[in-house]
Design a protein around this ligand. Sequence first.
Ligand code: AMP
Ligand code: MG
Length: 372
Amino acid sequence: MKGGTGRTLALATMLALIVLGIHRLRGPEADVEVRDTRYVFGTLVEIVVRGADPVEARTAVSATGRLLQTLHHDWHAWRPGALSTLNDAIADGRAAEVDPQLADLLRAGQQLACASEGLFNPGIGRLVALWGFHADTPPQSPPPAASEIAALRAADPQMTDLVIDGQIVRSTNPSLQLDLGGYAKGAALDLAAADLAARGIRDAVLNAGGDVNVLGDHGARPWRVAIRDPFVWGALATVTLDPGEVLYTSGNYERYFEHEGERFAHIIDPRSGHPVREIVSVSVLDTEGVRADAAATALSVAGRERFAAVAAALEIDAAVMVTDRGEVLATPAMVKRIEASGGPLPAGLTTVALPADVQPSPCGAQTGPEPS
Ligand code: AMP
Ligand code: MG
């Protein structure tokens, strides 16, 4: 998964982009804010609970923080843990038993990969590693040889190669290597939000470097979140989140390396085996972190031409995309939400309608691990 302590300062600053709602007065605890911050999933994740009994809130944020730490460990592709054990088994042609949450996450990955027609593909871990994006720090070496990329493309790992029978997982293709970095953060924040709710917390925000899940409506004004402008320091737009909504952004400014003046970003187009170039950032507003996270990655691969079709196939209504030429494309639902939040619309914005005649997905409906 993504990492790099060098970016900690920038991420910490980004956490400040969350504009906290003014809190409705509900008694002495109304303005009490309790937080916990962890470095997991390659970023600083801040859990903020407001308006709860401080002792209960502290117990809840600590427990939820520990849950995130456990999921980070279990779902890490490149450090010893449950997922790397599974990857070792797949490479050896063996089956492995995983816990129910990981099995659910893999099933969700199959569904999302199917709906995105393979543009989102958590089975391309070998390509990710070949480009050097498996390490905590961005790669320093030149891009890999064309022959190595071609060999991994020819091996064609697909999520449909995974056979998941309850908790027993195997792959019919030994070149499949799972890297859940494109949607694990969203799935983890969904589970963390459900965990907070189960502990009686009504109003909270989970902020993972600008990827956000909110709980409750919490105050006289709801939570408001800034979408980062990928070109200059500041906000592209502001969105007001309804209770239970999430906002996730993928950007090629997040993790990349440069070689001979060319930028190579960490999102890889499984069709070419090369990093995505055209799209600088994609933000998705939804009600499920797992789907929003995967969709932001998938839409970065889809590019401007397939933006609307892939958003519709993933059942995403509200998304905004910034291209390398500075064009901003947004679905009508996203334009409405930006407008309703009272800020100015981004310069150069084009509204892109979603196709009206989307067929029901043949990929199944489940997208996230069920809270246990
Ligand atoms: P995100 O920041 O959510 O877009 O996730 C990017 C991460 O997902 C990368 O660092 C890789 O670990 C992984 N990844 C890269 N390309 C893809 C892809 N096409 N589908 C799924 N995961 C990907
Ligand atoms: Mg993602």
